[in-house]
Design a protein. Structure first.
Length: 549
């Protein structure tokens, strides 16, 4: 199929672009296979380049011979295009609808994108499992890297290499896979070097109503426990939901078969509930017509902050088990690809200072989301504005980023990256010129040959100028565990995402620039103090009369 077949009118002059808090721009609108472009001959006017894949929905309006298209984007911005001529407006609208709903991976922009920057650090090779395991080997010899899934036949959503207990052979892993949802047998997620405790993740056990058990699974999980130690299984479902899963062939670990493990149920909502919550939240944020009380009521009705609290609470519980109780943890829900990953990755943010650096956070996203099989293509196919009924879409990754932002806000000096990095990841998860978030698993990415045919987002992020832009000027390395508050008054609306397009950023930009200026001035004064102290120390050495009595 040629893109030209879907473009009925490739160019229209005299189009007016309306954006909140920005001057209107009149210019020429062009449609390409992947972009909606509006350019103006006016001086100092920024062009609009909008990926079709970033468009969630459009609405058409007509007043006489003038047509308007309201474009609602996955990054939550809303723009209006006034197009002269009813036929041109219809043609542009139908073309955008066709181009923005293409679902064939090979037609997506990352396969056509050619970087205008030099790729010095190839992101596809920056966070390989082998490299992460070498770090683990330097701390313990109790784990090994298994190739049991090298052809993705044991577990379609796992990567080719996984870390498992050294005493568990590949045959046992294959049997464990038949006992876990989607073949997702327990694998290592995190090793706490302070005390050797670990976080593992898996899919739910397939116990069904007859209480099926798997000796190999029990042996694998117990292999992670030190003598005399207990472990905790954190199930991200309510006990009722877990009980109902038994009737469908799923279930949970029986304490009789796992006597050294205590099971804890911490409810985190599933996909369809989260998607509805996002829709209500964005609708409330876009509604400026009501009083503050009504607005706050609509925000509360969305339940978004409740979901943030649930996830952070469960992550804190996992971290407490590891750091304070000295107990290992296994986390799973149903599939083990959504709430499970939210909990394991946030627990690492709390426990491990390396995950709070720019590069360390990239590695965390790579390990706990991309390699771990979070279905980005399905979850991010639609955002908050789509007109079609949600299928498998859900803002799971966005909720995770929101939780990270909450911790960053509470510990503003403990993160090397700024809020801008989290916003960038949100944007690229939904629409990107890079191939990093394409597909639903490592198997799909391998089939699409993404490392050979597309550019990694990490290649862009790890350029010195981008690192500088994404850095937190307040950062001071903090090697301690950090414990975020989950009290309602401590959790705020992430305005940098949900109100970004609904307010002017001028005051915030000015405040940020002033903060950076103060920090730089403070560094200059500190350097001057240090220099004077060195000079004084040298003078005291050279002249004994200056030395203190």
């Amino acid at each position: 199929m040629e893109f030209a077949e879907l473009i009925k009118t490739p160019r229209v002059d005299g189009v007016v672009l309306h954006r909140p808090f920005m001057p209107n721009v009149e210019g020429t609108l062009c449609l390409t296979g992947h972009h909606l472009i509006l350019s103006s001959r006016q001086d100092n006017t920024e062009e609009l380049w909008l990926l079709h894949s970033n468009i969630d929905s459009i609405e058409k309006r007509f007043v006489g011979s003038l047509g308007s298209i309201i474009v609602k984007c996955k990054d939550l911005r809303v723009i209006q295009l006034d197009i002269p001529g009813m036929e041109e407006c219809f043609n542009i609208a139908s073309s955008i609808e066709a181009l923005s709903t293409l679902d064939l991976a090979s037609l997506m922009y990352p396969f056509f994108y050619r970087p205008m920057f030099e790729v010095v650090d190839d992101g596809w090779n920056s966070f390989l499992p082998e490299d992460a395991f070498r770090d683990l080997e330097s701390m313990t010899d109790e784990w090994r890297l298994s190739e049991v899934n090298k052809d993705f036949s044991v577990c379609p959503s796992y990567p080719p290499l996984v870390a498992v207990p050294k005493d568990i052979d590949d045959d046992a892993l294959r049997k464990c896979a038949t006992f876990r949802h989607g073949g997702r047998f327990p694998v290592l997620s995190y090793y706490h070097k302070k005390n050797g405790m670990v976080i593992m993740r898996a899919g739910q056990p397939l116990t069904a109503t007859n209480g099926r058990r798997c000796k190999e699974d029990e042996k694998l999980i117990n292999a992670t426990l030190r003598p005399g130690k207990r472990g905790y299984i954190i199930d991200t479902r309510t006990i009722n939901v877990a009980q109902q899963a038994k009737a469908r062939g799923g279930g949970f670990e029986s304490e009789a078969n796992y006597p050294q493990w205590r099971r804890i149920h911490k409810a985190i909502e599933r996909s369809n509930v989260l998607q509805e919550s996002l829709i209500k939240l964005v609708e409330a944020c876009n509604d400026q017509s009501h009083s503050m009380d009504r607005w706050l009521s609509k925000l509360e009705a969305s339940s978004w902050q409740t979901h943030v609290k649930e996830i952070l609470t469960t992550a804190c519980l996992a971290a407490q088990c590891i750091d304070r109780e000295g107990a290992s943890v296994l986390v799973h829900g149903t599939e083990g690809t959504d709430s499970t990953l939210q909990v394991t990755s946030l627990a690492q943010i709390i426990l491990d200072p390396a995950c709070r650096t720019i590069r360390g956070f990239q590695g965390l996203v790579e390990r706990e989301w991309l390699q771990a099989g979070h279905p980005f293509h399905q979850r991010c196919a639609q955002s908050a504005y789509s007109n079609s009924k949600p299928r498998q879409e859900a803002p799971v990754f966005l909720l995770f980023l929101d939780c990270v932002w909450q911790i960053l806000r509470q510990f503003p000096c403990s993160f090397e990256f700024s809020e801008s990095f989290l916003v960038l990841l949100f944007e690229h998860a939904y629409a990107s010129q890079f191939g990093t978030f394409l597909g639903n698993s490592a198997a799909e990415r391998a089939k699409l040959c993404l490392p050979e045919k597309t550019v990694s987002l990490w290649s862009w992020v790890n350029r010195p100028q981008e690192q500088e832009r994404l850095s937190n000027p307040l950062y001071e390395c903090n090697n301690l565990v950090i414990w975020p508050s989950v009290a309602p008054q401590s959790l705020l609306l992430w305005e940098g995402v949900f109100l970004r397009w609904n307010r002017s950023s001028k005051c915030l930009d000015e405040a940020y620039e002033e903060m950076v200026h103060i920090i730089e001035y403070n560094k200059e004064l500190q350097n001057k103090v240090n220099r004077l102290r060195r000079q004084l120390a040298q003078l005291e050495t050279e002249d004994p009369l200056l030395q203190a009595p």
